[in-house]
Design a protein around this ligand. Sequence first.
Ligand SMILES: [Zn+2]
Ligand SMILES: [Zn+2]
Length: 314
Amino acid sequence: MPNPFSRKRKIVRQTSSGGAKKSTRVKLRPGSDWTKRNFITSVWIPSLFTKRSGARARPLFPKVQPGQICITWIGHASFLVQTHEVNVLIDPIWSMWLSVIKRLKEPGFHIHHLPSIDFVLVTHAHFDHLDRRTLRLVAADQPIVVPVGVGRLVHRLGFNIVHELDEWQTIELGPLRISLTPAHHWGARFLADTHRGFGGFVIGANERCVFHCGDTAYFEGFKEIGERHNIEIALLPIGAYDPPLAREVHMNPEEAVRAFNELKAKTLVPMHYGSFRLGYEPLEEPLERLRESARVHGIEDKVLVMTEGKPVVL
Ligand SMILES: [Zn+2]
Ligand SMILES: [Zn+2]
């Protein structure tokens, strides 16, 4: 007879490599000018009256050939990454509300149109990245990978094992090598749970390599990530850079371009914009600024702006 308590013990941590590391966690203290504007009246209430845009269409997932990577942006920081062998889902969120914040753009397709998912990765516990309702629908006894301290939030949702990774740790899952990278951000879902880890993921599939940055302010760690990994496709956040508490927690489009150059990646896919108003900046501003910055730096041909729900084979 199976031990009913055994299900509670399926959070697996990698053995620590030891050594002191510099903290990249940002402080909770608001920036100095945060009281000068009112997020509730200038962003939150207008959002409630904004009509949701976008439409869900049945996605046409191509047959992925050996050596190819297919990427589908679902919206916000959610991506489906497919190789010819496996399907990986990162930071999936199909919810229409982040607690009281309205989603202003539909996900690219219905969740029931997902292919079978082999692995799920969640970069950190913030509500726009770790959506328990979505995870419960996606969970089908496959493994999930999260940063240290996040496992308990997902281990009862229907995954067969929870792998917790610390910064720079790598795990081999099937044909993939998955590493957690540092970020300049924070991981608390509420206020006091600051022990939770956070980061990004480098996904290596044979000679191909995709980097999902998670959430981060600009920081000097991009160079090291680029030195340690041969990153080809970089999914980088460009929105929420003007947040309600004026804290430096998300990079802006110009910083994303700088990060891209320091990563020495070949393709920049912008994300974390257009779905939720998490900052004062208008929804369309991040992409406009990214295009302008890419033009200034002569990397327009390397920027791949995706449409939610439209798979792209690279
Ligand atoms: Zn976050
Ligand atoms: Zn976020």
